[in-house]
Design a protein. Structure first.
Length: 452
């Protein structure tokens, strides 16, 4: 990659800063980058600003308001306020949606076991996940569109309140029909939680900042597996207390905790940078200005059907969906049956349990996550009782699907390689500019957006 060297230092104009332009020439194309001194307001809109591809000059003026050190401090504040709560929401979601797997082996072999009490066979119990994922898949994209209309804090709180109530109802079921109904309602209630968090993050973070935060997000969410196992073991030991079996205590307690946490989310979850009372006006301007030109904005609440059509025409949407679907089909069945397989092999239960604008972005994120979750409905169905206890054939099929996921990932990389290359080049240029106390006003613009 060619080095980016400014042709001259930014001129200090007191309270404003000028824009320097430098050319970056490589084997593919010639790129002009616009540099400006950080910590100072940008000069009035000029022809050099207007030449920047796809960005609103009004928002551009806020990009230089904070220094690099001030930006890092601001991001840490946002992480603490936003990502902490979002990660806890995801942990609750995983804990509550996966508890059917733990409930299955609680008090195994006794009259306190859920399958014994409800008179349900192993293959019939598999329908629990199918009935949960059907509404979960269908309703996630519409839920994201509604989150765009309402504030994230109110919508996520509503989601948690309704799924907490549905989960508590699981404790009251008397037969398999009741269990099927409550798990279906749980899927209805939880739909939209995960893609809603991803959509909300796009209002606060640039794309190059998402991956690390999503990593922490997933780690926190997967910690629920530890807590879920510990809770299952704890309630397994008190089965029969107050006339309730261990699995009933599990559903009831987790449901109550979810309802209580929904109140916290209502009051504390940040919505948008524009409405955050804990940000200064300068910080609000900066956060909005630093986002890419095609990032969703809080004031874009109108439904635009054309953006949905454009999203459905994008081959990348379908590739990402197929990647997610093959991965979840291959792994969700293993996850759901993991505790059962280990238990059947002789281990004791306590060891077992230990890219377009607002409408398009909301729809695409919801679509990929929802239909990618088809694995939750199909995966457990591969683990039929006739394959017990080792489930060799289902495990082999699952690993084959994970391998297919890898191939689809390579195809997607090839299709998106130009945007990825531009993103990497610009990121390195931004790092170099930061060391000089400057910022780059460009963003990587999607090649398809440039065509329009």
């Amino acid at each position: 990659m060619a080095d980016h060297e400014s042709e001259g230092k930014s001129k200090d104009l007191g309270r404003t800063t000028a824009i320097d332009i430098t050319s970056n020439t490589n084997s593919d194309a010639t790129h002009e980058l616009h540099f400006a001194r950080r910590g100072e307001a940008l000069a009035e809109a000029s022809s050099s600003q207007e030449s920047i591809d796809g960005y609103d000059p009004e928002l551009m003026n806020g990009r230089t308001l904070l220094t690099a050190a001030e930006e890092k401090k601001l991001l840490r504040k946002i992480d603490w306020r936003l990502m902490t709560l979002c990660s806890l929401i995801f942990m609750f979601k995983n804990l509550d949606s996966n508890n059917a797997s733990n409930a299955r082996i609680m008090n195994k072999g006794t009259d306190q076991n859920i399958m014994t009490q409800l008179g349900i066979t192993s293959n019939e119990y598999n329908l629990v996940t199918v009935l949960y994922y059907i509404p979960y898949i269908v309703l996630e994209a519409p839920s994201n569109l509604l989150l765009k209309r309402f504030s994230p804090s109110k919508w996520q709180s509503r989601i948690m309140l309704s799924w907490g109530i549905a989960l508590m109802c699981n404790a009251a079921v008397k037969n398999k029909g009741g269990l099927y109904t409550t798990r279906f309602l749980l899927g209805v209630a939880e739909a939209g939680q995960f893609p809603g968090v991803i959509l909300q993050m796009t209002y606060w973070y640039r794309p190059d900042e998402m991956s690390l935060r999503l990593l922490y997000f997933y780690i926190c969410g997967n910690v629920s597996g530890i807590f879920g196992g510990l809770l299952a073991y704890a309630f397994d030991t008190v089965s029969g207390a107050a006339g309730l079996s261990g699995w009933q205590w599990l559903f009831l307690t987790e449901g109550i905790a979810t309802v209580l946490f929904s109140v916290v989310i209502w009051f504390l979850l940040p919505d948008f940078p524009e409405t955050a009372k804990w940000l200064t006006e300068k910080e609000k301007r900066f956060i909005q200005a630093r986002l890419p030109s095609n990032a969703p904005r809080a004031n874009e609440k109108n439904f635009k059907f054309r953006e949905i059509i454009d999203a459905l025409k994008d081959i990348r949407l379908w590739l990402f969906t197929l990647i997610w679907a093959t991965f979840t089909v291959g792994t969700d069945g293993v996850t759901f049956y993991q505790s059962t397989v280990i238990a059947d092999l002789g281990y004791t239960p306590w060891r077992v349990q230990t890219t377009s604008r607002a409408t398009g972005s909301a729809f695409s994120i919801g679509f990929v996550n929802s239909y990618g979750q088809i694995g939750g409905a199909i995966g457990p169905q591969m683990f039929r009782s006739e394959y017990a206890p080792r489930y060799t054939v289902p495990f082999a099929a699952a690993m084959g699907l994970v391998g297919m996921c890898g191939l689809l990932t390579l195809v997607t990389w090839w299709i998106t390689r130009e945007t990825e290359r531009d993103t990497r080049r610009l990121k390195l240029a931004k790092i170099a500019a930061e060391k000089r106390g400057e910022t780059i006003l460009e963003d990587v613009v999607d090649q398809d957006l440039k065509k329009h």
